[in-house]
Design a protein around this ligand. Structure first.
Ligand SMILES: [Zn+2]
Ligand SMILES: [Zn+2]
Ligand SMILES: [Zn+2]
Ligand SMILES: [Zn+2]
Length: 270
């Protein structure tokens, strides 16, 4: 069982087949989640069963599905869109016209318990919806009251807004061997220092399991594409090249002195 799910845990997908709303799958573990243990795949025949089919969870939107559905969908020849609800978008495709109205949307996810008081009625407990970007939370009924309100339709990215890479800043491009390029839109002033996006490099091997924990936490609260597991030289080269053109970018390295030196040596070359 364990092995079957192992092969589907793929983290952030930087391949050509990545989609803006691709999920970022990890093994599900009860401790890392406040969502209900229900499979979200509409093809599922065992949704509520507590069978020991392995579950995987998206570290970015907290959605849970049985690992087996990913291979089923891969093998099936029919249109698989929306068999699993989409993740929050992490980049935009270059061939899609830039529609400013579509930027900065809240991304609502169901949770079994609100961990912070409801933004509307200020009460805690019971289930509800949380925006995965700004962390605002609402009871379902309270959310029904605000969801059509035009004023509430734009997300401000909450307390990490100064360091979050907005999905619309990261584009898939054809003219770079790295496939993606990050750039601030023209309307952001070059000398506007209120936006200082941070790229994270995390050494998997530093501090026991801490590296993995930090990675999952950052992928959850930021744009998953600004967080990199240090695997090899090409991971660093790719990340630095993609983000070299993003104004005011800072780099944060989680690891020992050796890790810092490793990234810095590539920074000199880029
Ligand atoms: Zn299922
Ligand atoms: Zn997701
Ligand atoms: Zn939001
Ligand atoms: Zn409420």
């Amino acid at each position: 069982m364990q092995e079957a799910s192992e092969s589907f845990v793929n983290g952030v997908d930087w391949s050509n087949s990545a989609e803006p709303t691709s999920h970022c799958w990890f093994h599900y573990s009860c401790e890392t989640s406040s969502t209900s243990r229900l499979c979200a795949c509409i093809l599922c025949k065992n949704r509520k069963s507590t069978s020991d089919l392995p579950l995987i969870q998206c570290a970015t939107c907290l959605l849970i599905v049985h690992a087996t559905h990913l291979s089923e969908l891969e093998e099936s020849t029919t249109n698989n869109h929306h068999k699993i609800p989409p993740c929050r978008p992490s980049f935009v495709d270059n061939n899609i016209a830039d529609n400013v109205d579509m930027h900065d949307q809240h991304y609502w996810s169901h949770v079994s318990t609100l961990s912070t008081p409801c933004t509307y009625c200020k009460r805690k407990s019971s289930d509800g919806l949380v925006c995965m970007w700004c962390s605002r939370s609402y009871h379902r009924q309270c959310w029904e009251n605000i969801k059509d309100n035009e004023e509430n339709s734009k997300c401000d990215y909450g307390k990490f807004s100064n360091i979050i890479v907005r999905p619309q800043w990261l584009r898939r491009v054809d003219d770079s061997p790295f496939g993606f390029r990050a750039q601030m839109p023209a309307y952001v002033e070059i000398n506007d220092t209120s936006l200082t996006p941070v790229i994270f490099f995390i050494n998997k091997l530093s501090g026991g399991q801490k590296g993995q924990e930090i990675y999952r936490m950052l992928v959850r609260i930021l744009n998953p594409r600004q967080v990199f597991f240090l695997e090899n030289d090409s991971t660093i080269t790719r990340a630095l090249n993609i983000y070299a053109s993003l104004t005011n970018t800072r780099i944060c390295i989680c690891g020992g002195d050796g890790t810092v030196g490793w990234v810095l040596s590539h920074l000199v070359d880029t």
